[in-house]
Ligand binder design. Structure first.
Ligand code: ADE
Length: 229
C-alpha cells in the first residue's frame, strides 16, 4: 500500500525541510509514501511571479489568485486521479484521528496551502473537495497544517513506522488516551516502575494498561471518555 501527497504552496522550502527528516523521510525512502511539493510560483506567467492580489471590495491582506492554483491542479489531475483536494484552513472541518484514519486509506491526495489572508473563493467552490483545520487558532499559512496532516496519515500506512502494531495502540485510536510507559532502569532517582509491569504476567499487565487508559482519559479528556461509553 502506498499513498501520494502533492503539497501546493507558495513557500516550498518551509514544507520541504521537515520532509527531509524523520519518519516521513524513511517512509518515502521505503516507497510507502510519496510526497511531492509544488511551488505555486512556477505556475505564474508574469515577470514578478505574482501569486496574490488585494481583495475586491477592499480590506486588509492579500488573496491568492485563482490562475496559478487552477493551472497547477489541472496539470496534476491530467496525470492521475485524486481522491481528495484538501484546502487547509482555520474554518475547515476539524482534523482528528478519525479523519487521519480515513485519509490513510486513500491513494492520491492534494494538500493546498493557503497563505496571506486567504484564497480566491472560486478555488474552494470549483476544486476543493474537503477543507481541514488542525485546531481553533489561526496560522500564517496552511504549510504547517499540511505537514501535520501528512505526518499523522503517513504513520498509519503499514510499513511507515517500525512496529506494525504501535500505530494501532496510539492515544485516540479507540477514543481513549494512551497508558503510561516505562523502560529500563527499574528504579531511577527514587522513582520505581510499577511492579506489575515487571511481573511478566501479560494478562494482568493488559488489564492494568486498560485501567490506566480509562483513568487518564477521565482525568485529562472527559469529553473523549463520555463518547466512549
Ligand atoms: N491555516 C491557517 N490556520 C489554520 C488552521 N488552524 N488549520 C489549518 N490550516 C490553517
Amino acid at each position: 500500500m502506498s499513498i501520494r501527497f502533492d503539497i501546493l504552496t507558495a513557500l516550498p522550502k518551509l514544507v520541504e525541510s521537515p520532509l527531509r527528516e524523520s519518519i516521513l523521510k524513511r517512509a518515502s525512502n521505503k516507497g510507502v509514501a510519496e510526497i511531492v511539493v509544488h511551488d505555486l510560483r512556477e505556475f505564474t506567467h508574469d515577470k514578478h511571479h505574482t501569486l496574490d492580489e488585494p481583495p475586491y471590495g477592499g480590506g486588509a491582506g492579500m488573496i491568492l489568485k485563482p490562475e496559478p492554483i487552477f493551472e497547477c491542479i489541472d496539470a496534476l489531475t491530467a496525470e492521475r486521479q485524486y481522491d481528495e483536494i484538501i484546502y487547509l484552513t482555520a474554518d475547515g472541518e476539524r482534523f482528528t484521528q478519525s479523519v487521519a484514519n480515513e485519509l490513510s486509506l486513500k491513494t492520491n491526495i492534494i494538500l493546498l496551502c493557503g497563505h496571506y489572508k486567504g484564497i480566491d473563493e472560486r478555488i474552494r467552490v470549483a476544486l476543493v473537495t474537503r477543507e481541514l483545520s488542525i485546531g481553533d487558532y489561526v496560522l500564517t499559512g496552511g504549510e504547517l497544517a499540511a505537514l501535520i496532516v501528512t505526518d499523522a496519515v503517513i504513520r498509519l500506512i503499514p510499513g511507515a513506522i517500525g512496529d506494525g502494531e504501535s500505530a494501532l495502540t496510539d492515544s485516540f485510536q479507540d477514543g481513549l488516551l494512551d497508558c503510561p510507559h516505562y523502560t529500563r532502569p527499574p528504579e531511577y532517582r527514587g522513582m520505581n516502575v510499577p511492579e506489575i509491569l515487571l511481573s511478566g504476567d501479560h494478562k494482568k499487565i493488559a488489564a492494568w494498561r486498560d485501567e490506566q487508559r480509562l483513568q487518564r482519559t477521565k482525568e485529562r479528556r472527559a469529553d473523549l471518555f463520555g463518547d466512549h461509553l
